[in-house]
Ligand binder design. Structure first.
Ligand code: SF4
Ligand code: SF4
Length: 115
C-alpha cells in the first residue's frame, strides 16, 4: 500500500490517530532550527520600535517569553535568566502578554533609560 493510502487509512480510524503531544514546559520541547534576526530593507528593527519590553525583578526564569517571541530575540543567559536583544526586538508585546507572572512591562521608547 502506498504511503498516502496508509495515511488516509489511519486518519479514518479514530483509535489509530496520533495522540496530541503535550509538554509541561519549554524544557521538554525538541530543538528546532530558527533563523537569527538581521537588518532588513527598513533598517534594524529596534530603530522603528514604539514600545519596548522590560523584564522586571521577580522573573521566575520559566522561559515562556523566550518560547513565544516571534523574532527569536530573547536569549537565555548562563544563570538561567533571560535578556532581550533590543537591536532586533520589534516591540510587539507578545512576551509581556504571555508572561505568566506579568514580569515583562512594555514601556514607550521615550521612557527608556537609553534615550
Ligand atoms: S516585544 Fe515582541 S519581539 Fe520584542 S522580545 Fe517581546 S515578543 Fe520578542
Ligand atoms: S515569561 Fe516572564 S517569568 Fe517567565 S522567563 Fe519570561 S519574564 Fe520571566
Amino acid at each position: 500500500m502506498s504511503e498516502s493510502k496508509e495515511w488516509k487509512k489511519i486518519a479514518k480510524s479514530k483509535e489509530k490517530r496520533p495522540k496530541v503531544q503535550e509538554y509541561k514546559n519549554w524544557k521538554e520541547l525538541p530543538p528546532i532550527p530558527i533563523s537569527l534576526p538581521i537588518e532588513g530593507s527598513m533598517g534594524i528593527t529596534g530603530d522603528w520600535r514604539t514600545f519596548q519590553p522590560v523584564i522586571l525583578e521577580g522573573c521566575n526564569k520559566c522561559g515562556i517569553c523566550w518560547m513565544y517571541c516571534p523574532e527569536g530575540v530573547i536569549k537565555r543567559k548562563e544563570d538561567g535568566s533571560f535578556e532581550i536583544d533590543m537591536v532586533y526586538c520589534k516591540g510587539c508585546g507578545i512576551c509581556a502578554k504571555e508572561c505568566p507572572t506579568q514580569k515583562i512591562k512594555m514601556i514607550r521608547e521615550s521612557e527608556s533609560k537609553d534615550e
